[in-house]
Ligand binder design. Structure first.
Ligand SMILES: NC(=O)c1ccc[n+]([C@@H]2O[C@H](COP(=O)([O-])OP(=O)(O)OC[C@H]3O[C@@H](n4cnc5c(N)ncnc54)[C@H](OP(=O)(O)O)[C@@H]3O)[C@@H](O)[C@H]2O)c1
Length: 291
């Protein structure tokens, strides 16, 4: 199967690209946007705000499956620049979806627990959405566009982490500050399921191979607060837990509202794949072992 991974230099895209490239079932082409961030000369240039670059990547890759990992993911920046967030996360998705229809290929899209308001999570795939931030609203609009493409697959996930020295993912933020012995205030009232990026990539490829379509939650086993997750990181990576202080989200004065009681249920993938991504402790231990 020929796969085009849009955003193969982002956190999720990178893991998908390397897993798919090792898998004999796939021929993989990836894209990058920012030459400064892209370490691989093999990737094609694609900017979701520039439709001709999308068409060109499709023309060159002639994909059977497109995995769209690129997005404006910084939640507060989406609130600051609503127009750009809409341009990337909605209009960009629309251009990709149109090309998928032209090329008659399947579309795989990543979405988020931020499509919910966080009043009564964890949420199943069928629960009513009600985003409370610009990021969440744009991801929900993206989902609607993707669902109109035949046999499309939407994977909702949360708090994705991996060990990548230059990344700003939650694990790396805690490890970096922990190593410098910097104090950290971490919210203890935002609940979700930390998800290992490598596992997310592998589950995604498995769902693709099984020709699944519709919405699937793919998240780690544990529903926990960011504070609890930070303490778990300290425990596994031998950092001083006294560096971590609990904080209320309301005290942070962030631009975008966060869904507090969020998180996603994994009953559907468990029923269909008979497994779910691992919990924080075993996943963090396996990351540490691999270092
Ligand atoms: N990370 C999480 O916790 C999380 C949770 C739920 C859902 N998701 C979803 O999962 C997907 C992947 O997230 P991630 O963690 O891999 O995010 P990420 O590391 O921030 O990567 C985002 C990618 O999007 C690219 N991008 C941004 N603007 C673009 C544009 N105009 N045109 C083309 N590419 C553009 C970035 O390229 P540059 O390097 O050039 O900016 C980067 O490669 C996203 O759809 C996100 O909404 C993530």
């Amino acid at each position: 199967m020929k796969i085009l991974i849009i955003g193969a230099d982002g956190q999720v895209g990178k893991h998908l690209y390397s897993s798919a490239a090792k898998d004999g079932d796939f021929i993989v082409v990836g894209t990058y946007r920012n030459p400064k961030n892209s370490k691989s000369p093999a990737l094609l240039y694609l900017d979701l705000t520039k439709p001709p670059t999308i068409k060109k990547a499709f023309d060159l890759a002639v994909p059977e499956i497109v995995i769209l990992c690129s997005a404006m993911t910084h939640v507060d920046n989406c609130e600051r620049d609503k127009e750009l967030a809409w341009k990337i996360n909605v209009e960009g998705v629309r251009y990709v979806a149109e090309n998928c229809k032209t090329f008659n290929c399947r579309l795989v899209f990543f979405s988020s627990e931020y499509v919910f308001d966080g009043e009564k999570g964890p949420y199943s795939e069928n629960d009513d959405t009600n985003p409370i931030s610009v990021y969440g609203k744009t991801k929900l609009e993206g989902e609607k566009i993707v669902l109109a493409v035949k046999d499309s697959l939407i994977i909702r996930t949360t708090v994705v982490y991996s060990y990548e020295p230059e990344s700003k993912n939650f694990l790396m933020q805690v490890l970096r500050k922990g190593a410098l012995k910097e104090k950290m205030s971490i919210v203890n009232d935002q609940y979700s399921n930390p998800t290992n990026a490598a596992e997310l990539a592998n589950f995604t490829l498995e769902l693709i191979k099984l020709k699944k379509s519709g919405i699937y939650n793919v998240v780690g086993k544990d529903l926990m607060s960011r504070y609890e997750f930070a303490l778990k990181i300290c425990e596994i990576f031998d950092l001083n837990p006294a560096l971590i202080a609990p904080e209320r989200t309301a005290n942070l004065d962030q631009m975008a509202k966060r869904p507090l009681k969020a998180g996603l249920k994994t009953d559907k993938i468990f029923l269909e794949l008979n497994k779910i991504p691992s919990g924080a402790e075993s996943s963090l231990k396996s990351i540490k072992r691999a270092l």
